[in-house]
Design a protein around this ligand. Sequence first.
Ligand SMILES: Cc1ncc(COP(=O)(O)O)c(C=O)c1O
Length: 384
Amino acid sequence: MIIPLAHRADQTQEYYFSVKLAEVRRLQAAGHDVINLGIGNPDMMPSANTIDALTKSAHQPTSHGYQSYKGTPALRQGIARFYAHTYGVTLDPETEILPLIGSKEGITHISLTFLNEGDGVLVPELGYPAYRAVSQMVGANVQEYPLLEHGGWQPDWEAMADLVTDTTKIIWLNYPHMPTGAPATRSLFEQAVRFAHDHTLLLCHDNPYSLILNKKSPISLLSVDGAKDVAVELNSLSKSHNMAGWRIGWMAGAKEYVDAVLTIKSNVDSGQFKPLMDAAAEALTNSDDWHRERNAVYQGRLDAVHALLNTLGCTYTTDQEGLFIWAKLPDSVESAEALVDDLLVNKHVFIAPGFIFGPKGNRYVRVSLCMPKERIDEAVKRLM
Ligand SMILES: Cc1ncc(COP(=O)(O)O)c(C=O)c1O
């Protein structure tokens, strides 16, 4: 290539799964039956009424043009009702909700909106890799805050205060936590909001797993008093409604924050396809029973995933929430990378190595629950 790349492209590595799943596809193309327990890509269907709403809307002649940059009123109203019902949080559907093309893009829009070059961003280590990657892309300074097993994978707020500098602007938080499955608690969210107030930081909470294998009622960070002054929340239908490929998420927060992010976002994309938004509004009406049944299926897969981890000699806790089980490798295993590559090449079973969520994940693996139980059983057989 004779055209030099921008520094940001030189510095950014391709997303781990983007590379690894190409390897999985190569093995599949060569005729191998790969059992992919690596990614959180729900294998179950969205609710039937969601699909019906999609096709019904697609037949309308008015459904195919450009839509508003902030989504249809029906979708925003559906999100507001969902927040009221699920979390007891009141949102103004006109001003406090911004639909997104999946919550992942919200990380970029928020970063572009609030970060100047050199600003500090507190990023969890371990955590979802996009917080770090996007912060670096916009020239911000990543300040990792450690999440440790002996600390219950929760932030140490005193230690965090020492990390804050004059330029620190944003803190990313994500509970139920991916990849460790640590649950969300009200006291954690209250501490986070207090911290953001004390240090004048924008607290960005990423909340896609609140309804997956949650042991208690799901919580939104926005339910904490004073949260809307300093915090925004990303949320998504990807995991909770089995709609990962639909790319439907949103940001919720005070009007000033939503308006500011919309200013940036409206220069990047031109909204979403109306039938997707109509169907998403329908999905948001899924009953509590629908969510319970989805969770019962995941619950039924847990034993099989535990059996797989036992076969590998891994240790894990049984109180994890979300779509994955996070497990520690036995001392006899040299490294997560070596184990994962060995399982993929020799057993055609793919699990995620912990280091992709930060160096503290070196001695861990993450196994997804997004496979039918029979397939997980088959993976266990291959490993025995
Ligand atoms: C913690 C976390 N945040 C955000 C996302 C992105 O979700 P979405 O599909 O809404 O973009 C994921 C997806 O794996 C995730 O694990």
